[in-house]
Design a protein around this ligand. Sequence first.
Ligand code: IPE
Ligand code: IPE
Ligand code: MG
Length: 249
Amino acid sequence: MTHFSTTPRHVAVIMDGNGRWAYRQHLPRVAGHRRGAEVVREMVQSCVDLGIAHLTLFAFSTENWRRPALEVRLLMNLFRLLLKREVRKLHENGVRLRIIGDRVPLERDIRQLMEEAEALTRNNTRLQLNLAVNYGGRWDITQAARAAVGAILANGQDPQTLSEQDIAKYLSLAEIPEPDLLIRTGGEERISNFLVWQLAYTEFYFTDTLWPDFDRASLEHALHSFAQRQRRFGRTGDQVLEGDCSVSD
Ligand code: IPE
Ligand code: IPE
Ligand code: MG
């Protein structure tokens, strides 16, 4: 297996292209989503093998409700099935599962399965898998801002004292490092309302490969690209080479 000089701690993925993959095979779109779910399983295993600590996958956006009702229903059925079938294997593999996004509009039994999966896997430390379901970056910032303002008012503080940190600590994934690498498959080069705040200094990698075709070699390609980049966080390249200060602070 390839080893990389710089392995990202946190990889985020916009898994796009399932529908187009299915069209190319003359199959219904849901067949692409099913194949996509198998690729998720392979991706989790690859991340475990490569020692990546955190993996965040965009599975359903706040905008995906705009799709035909049948496709939304089939996607929800697929989540339900995966939550029933895959969680035990994840647990045995030392994976901690977290679901991020607004759960309120989801069906009750799916919410229940999500809570059970999180409770079962909460002490696992090999890989943290964050699944974004009914997630939107703007939703995330809004809910964090609401919580932050609530806390400030409850403490009798002046809202003018609200800081970036006050908001950041209520965001989804506040407890883990921000993504080092964002991969988007399927050829589009946009964020589509994924982790809007958390991607502020993330390295982006776009590939035309459709998600159902994204295999370990594709991941290694992305990691190779990442390993060649110099992350400057606003500083000069010389400063980074001299290592006169920690890169991210
Ligand atoms: C991504 O694949 C999966 C979800 C958004 C749920 P798409 O379904 O968007 O696939 P394309 O973009 O139509 O090919
Ligand atoms: C982004 O894909 C959302 C997920 C992968 C879950 P979309 O296919 O929904 O993105 P847009 O609408 O083409 O930007
Ligand atoms: Mg798409």
